[in-house]
Ligand binder design. Structure first.
Ligand code: CUO
Length: 663
């Protein structure tokens, strides 16, 4: 059994509960209508490597051995000749392969196989809710599903602040770190951009390394704004690997698969040399430092050393992409043996600092899993450091001159917002939403079990941008909208160089401009960085159309995207000052010619577009991706006629409403 070349036949109706959602989705769509799944005889591929991970262990994309196992399993799923075979191999795998790894690899395969495109991936929070919420919920779910009939069940409420008390200052931004939508976005991003697969096309996506840099840079910019709204200073980068980590983190998550609590990290922990035979990890902290030094050397030399000893120049257009792939690293790194695996192994070192030699038989902490890493304050310190290194490269690039910044004949006379918050004021508050738990429990409750949780929300608004087109004919503009804090932690105006790194992309879109005056209105809901609320937290009852219908498939098409409810930072009750920035560039110079019919592209800024080129020719983060001319000391110095700014505030109201019951 399990040997290469042998065949197997499984009974129908074989799925254990843990896999139900993903596997039945596949079978419902392509198999029969009945819950039983036809299993065909197939030649069994070699699954020895993926089967080495015990069934009840945690699985981490960042652990090299796990990554290799997953790469192999992805290859197996990708290699099945048709969906029938894929279903068959799934049914063979699911009692034998670790559920987390199975779910990850099957998700990657479904996203990348031509014959499963458009298939509904059940939201990960429903499949593995234990990665996203307080385990007390599951105990309660068990209780109520035994005693209360499904129609009479009230949602189980998850408190918003349950991982630390107010004595921990970092807790002020726990609503951001522990937000389900943010963690789901991060999980999905890494699903769309896997590190390893034999089919290089899965890994080698257009500007993948650059997007790794940019998407995580934006997370840091957003987190810093969030911190500043909460009277915390900008995040301190984790650049000295020998220094104790000040921030502790106690995740209060249980793994249902491993039947274990996720390990905490105590205040003052230090990363230590790793020697964990069980994970085939043996690496010293000094190795991390060596990779770091080589990486920085490459930036200083503006060239990467290739395995054959030659060097490859880093150019202005693609240097950041090369560095991103080298840093992450993925199998498309130009020289993994030399530059190593800096970013991923940073996650690994941090996530094992409580048990570096496995003497206590402990698993990794939340930093070891892309679905949970963003809960931990150290995630932001690590990625802030990574971002600083990328910024060294960006700082060496030529400054943008008039030729790159101007749009001759186009003048943006004003930008503003209109909405329920009042003129140029964003309004935020708490909101409660529900998520379905019944699919992801380790028992099968009869009927629905809902968890109610609290998250940040903003009032929707419109951007209003007045543009004069003096070119004498119609033009097409690319609108680029950002927002940033205006004052530093001490209340002094932020210098341009600091402020540009805090710029949060809110939207980017193209729009025709008639000759003469134009007033462009754009809805916040249409943002190019977010996915709609319903896609982040969809539950069966929210879903339009019949499961498996074309309508449902389109709706579920892709889960990557910043959650819309987190578009705007929290602000403060008094109104936190921010500056809104709008720029119009020449679409003829920015555009990428490609067919976007049927693609999921509503969060393209942070996620790209599936199977397509990144839809903007400019550097990601343009025009703030690099320092400006030294004469520019403030944002006002930077402005051109085709740009405009507006001072705004974000006013937070400490009240909670139920989603769908808008005030
Ligand atoms: Cu997304 Cu470090 O890459 O977590």
């Amino acid at each position: 059994k399990g040997e290469e070349g042998s065949t197997f036949q499984l009974p129908d109706n074989f799925y254990p509960d843990k896999y139900k959602s993903l596997s039945t989705t596949l079978a419902n769509r392509f198999g029969s209508d009945s819950p039983s799944i036809p299993v065909s005889d197939i030649a069994l591929p070699n699954l020895q490597l993926p089967m080495e991970l015990p069934y009840n262990e945690q699985f981490s994309l960042f652990v090299p051995k796990h990554r290799k196992m997953a790469g192999k399993l992805i290859d197996v799923f990708m290699g099945m000749r048709n969906v029938q075979e894929l279903i068959s191999i799934c049914s063979y795998c699911q009692l034998r392969i670790n559920p987390y790894m199975f779910n990850y690899c099957l998700s990657v395969a479904i996203l990348h196989r031509p014959d499963t495109k458009g298939l509904d991936l059940p939201t990960f929070v429903e499949t593995f809710p234990d990665k996203f919420m307080d385990p007390k919920v599951f105990r309660r779910a068990r209780e109520i599903s035994n005693v209360v009939t499904s129609g009479a069940r009230m949602p189980i409420t998850i408190p918003i602040n349950y991982t630390a008390s107010e004595a921990e200052p970092e807790q002020r931004v726990a609503y951001f770190r522990e937000d389900m939508g943010i963690n789901l976005h991060h999980w999905h991003w890494h699903l769309v951009y896997p590190f390893e697969a034999a089919d290089r096309a899965i890994v080698n996506k257009d500007r993948r390394g650059e997007l790794f840099y940019y998407m995580h840079q934006q997370i840091i910019a957003r987190y810093n704004a969030e911190r500043m709204c909460n009277n915390l200073s900008r995040v301190k980068r984790f650049n000295n690997f020998r220094e104790p980590i000040e921030e502790g983190y106690f995740p209060k998550l249980d793994s249902q698969v491993a039947s274990r609590a996720w390990p905490p990290r105590f205040t003052g922990s230090t990363i230590r040399d790793l020697d964990r035979p069980v994970d085939q990890i043996r690496s010293d902290v000094s190795e991390l430092e060596t990779w770091r030094d080589r990486f920085i050397q490459a930036i200083e030399d503006n060239a990467v050393i290739l395995p054959n000893g030659r060097s490859m120049q880093l150019d202005e257009a693609t240097g950041i992409d090369t560095l991103g792939n080298l840093m992450e690293s993925s199998v498309i790194s130009r020289n993994r043996p030399y530059y190593g695996d800096l970013h991923n192994m940073g996650h690994v070192f941090i996530s094992y600092c409580h048990d570096p030699d496995h003497r206590n038989l402990e698993q990794f902490g939340v930093m070891g899993d892309s679905a949970t890493a963003m809960r931990d304050p150290i995630f932001y310190r690590w990625h802030s450091y990574i971002d600083d290194i990328f910024n060294l490269h960006k700082s060496k690039l030529p400054r943008y001159g008039d030729d790159r910044l101007d749009f001759p004949g186009i003048r943006v006379s004003s930008v503003s917002i209109e909405g329920a918050g009042g003129a140029n004021a964003f309004a935020t508050q708490w909101e409660q939403s529900t998520v379905e738990l019944s699919r992801g429990m380790d028992f099968t409750p009869r009927g629905s079990v809902l968890a109610r949780f609290t998250h940040l929300q903003h009032e929707e608004f419109n951007y209003v941008i007045d543009v004069t087109n003096n070119t004498g004919r119609a033009a097409m503009g690319t609108f680029r909208i950002f927002i940033a804090p205006t004052l530093d932690e001490n209340g002094s105006p932020l210098p341009f160089e600091d402020q540009r790194r805090l710029m949060i992309e809110l939207d980017k879109f193209s729009q025709p401009l008639n000759a003469g005056n134009n007033t462009v209105r754009r809805r916040s809901l249409d943002s190019s960085v977010t996915i709609p609320y319903e896609r982040t937290f969809r539950s069966q009852s929210d879903r339009p159309g019949d499961p498996g219908s074309a309508e449902a498939a389109q709706f579920d098409f892709c889960g990557c995207g910043w959650p819309h409810h987190m578009l705007i930072p929290k602000g403060t009750p008094a109104g936190y000052p921010m500056v809104l920035f709008a720029m119009v560039t020449n679409w003829d110079e920015d555009r990428i010619e490609q067919d976007l019919v049927g693609t999921c592209n509503d969060a393209a800024s942070y996620c790209g577009i599936r199977d397509r080129l990144y839809p903007d020719r400019r550097a990601m983060g343009f025009p703030f991706d690099r320092p400006a001319d030294p004469s520019v000391t403030s944002l006002n110095d930077f402005l051109r006629p085709n740009m405009a700014v507006r001072d705004c505030t974000i006013r937070f109201t400490d009240a909670t409403r139920i989603h769908g019951q808008r005030s």
